[in-house]
Design a protein around this ligand. Structure first.
Ligand code: UDP
Length: 330
C-alpha cells in the first residue's frame, strides 16, 4: 500500500481513478479547488484538501504534510474552445499550476508523478492510429498547455530526476458501474454527455458538427475510452513508477474509432427513442479521425480495455445521467 496525492480527484476522471486506487489498496488524499470538481464525488474517508495549484504555499504544505509516495495530477481546465478565447487563464491554470506542483515534487525528494495528458498534444495527425512518437503539433491552447507540462516534466527529470508517466487520453466517456459518479462539467461540450442530456429533455436536438469529413459516413471519428478503463491505466502507471520504471508516455484509447453518427445511433438504442439531429458546420480545429495506437501501454503495463462495445459504454453513462439528471445536484 502506498500513499497517493490526487490533484483534481473530485473531477470526472479523477474521482473514478480515486476509486480504482482505493480498490488497489492505496491510501489516497485528494487536492481539488472544487471549481469544476464535486465534494460528493470524493469517497467518504478520503481527505479532501480544498486548494488551488496556483496557491504555491498550499501545494507545498499539502506535499509536506502528506509526503505522498506518488502523485496523480488531473487538476486542469479542459475545454478546447474556452482555451482559444482565454489563453491566459489556460496557461496560468494548467501550465503555471503544474509548475508549482512539479517544483514542490522535486523539492520534497523527487516524488514520482502520473500526468493527465491528452491526445490533443498531437493535433492533426499524419498517421492514424497515432503512436506516442508522432509529431506533437497541438491545434489548441488547451493542447499546448498539456504539451508544455510534458516538456517541463522532461526537463525536470533530466535536471533533478523526476520520474513521470504522461498518459495521453483519447475521448473519455462512460461512468462507474455503480451509477453513483459520472460526468458533470460546468460547461457541457462532450458528444455523449450532450446526447444523453438531450434524451433527458434538457436540450432540444443534437448538432452534428460536419458531415463532409473524409470518413465513411462523413462525420468525425474518435476513440472512446471508458473512464474506468482509463482509471485502471493510472493504477498501472503508478505501480510502474513505484517499481522504479523509467519515465515514459502512453496513449490510452481502445484503438478503434466510432463516428459521430455511430455514437448517436448507439445513444438512440440505449435511450429507446431517436434524438432529433441537425447537421451544423464543422467545429474549428476538429481533425477527421483520432484513434490511439495503444500497443505500448498494452505491452509494457499489461493494460487492456474492458469496455470496447459502444452500446455498453453509452449504457454506463446513461445509468449515471438518468439517475442524476442534474449531475451532483440531483
Ligand atoms: N460533436 C458533435 N456535436 C456535438 C458535440 C461534439 O458533432 O454536440 C463531435 C465533435 O465535432 C467531435 C466529436 O463529436 O468530432 C467528439 O467531440 P467531443 O467534444 O466529445 O470530444 P473531442 O473530440 O473534441 O475531444
Amino acid at each position: 500500500m502506498s500513499k497517493l496525492l490526487v490533484t483534481g480527484g473530485a473531477g470526472y476522471i479523477g474521482s473514478h481513478t480515486v476509486r480504482a486506487l482505493l480498490a488497489a489498496e492505496h491510501e489516497v488524499v485528494v487536492l481539488d479547488n472544487l471549481k469544476a470538481g464535486h465534494r460528493e464525488a470524493v469517497p467518504t474517508g478520503v481527505p479532501l484538501i480544498e486548494a488551488d495549484l496556483l496557491d504555491e504555499a498550499a501545494v507545498r504544505a499539502a506535499i509536506e504534510a502528506h509526503r505522498p509516495d506518488a502523485v496523480v495530477h488531473f487538476a486542469a481546465l479542459i475545454e478546447v474552445g474556452e482555451s482559444m478565447k482565454d489563453p491566459a487563464r489556460y496557461y496560468r491554470n494548467n501550465t503555471a499550476g503544474s509548475l508549482n506542483l512539479l517544483t514542490a515534487l522535486k523539492d520534497f525528494g523527487s516524488i514520482p508523478i502520473v500526468f493527465s495528458s491528452t491526445a490533443a498534444v498531437y493535433g492533426e495527425p499524419d498517421v492514424v492510429p497515432i503512436p506516442e512518437d508522432a509529431a506533437k503539433r497541438p491545434t489548441s491552447v488547451y493542447g499546448e498547455t498539456k504539451l508544455w507540462t510534458e516538456h517541463m516534466l522532461k526537463a525536470f527529470d533530466a535536471a533533478y530526476g523526476l520520474p513521470h508517466v504522461n498518459l495521453r487520453y483519447f475521448n473519455v466517456c462512460g461512468a462507474d458501474e455503480s451509477g453513483a459518479i459520472g460526468e458533470d462539467h460546468p460547461n457541457k461540450t462532450h458528444l455523449i454527455e450532450l446526447a444523453l442530456l438531450t434524451a433527458l429533455g434538457q436540450r432540444e436536438k443534437m448538432m452534428i458538427f460536419g458531415e463532409d469529413y473524409p470518413t465513411p459516413d462523413g462525420t468525425c471519428i474518435r476513440d472512446y475510452i471508458h473512464v474506468t478503463d482509463l482509471a485502471d491505466a493510472h493504477v498501472l502507471a503508478v505501480a510502474s513508477l513505484l517499481d522504479g520504471s523509467p519515465s515514459t508516455a502512453y496513449n490510452v484509447g481502445i484503438g478503434h474509432g466510432f463516428s459521430v453518427k455511430e455514437v448517436l445511433d448507439a445513444v438512440d438504442r440505449v435511450v429507446g427513442t431517436p434524438l432529433k439531429r441537425e447537421v451544423a458546420p464543422r467545429r474549428p480545429g476538429d481533425p477527421a479521425r483520432l484513434v490511439a495506437d495503444s500497443s505500448r501501454i498494452k505491452a509494457e503495463l499489461g493494460w487492456h480495455p474492458r469496455h470496447t462495445d459502444l452500446v455498453g459504454i453509452v449504457e454506463s453513462a446513461w445509468k449515471w445521467h438518468s439517475g442524476h439528471p442534474h449531475g451532483f445536484e440531483g
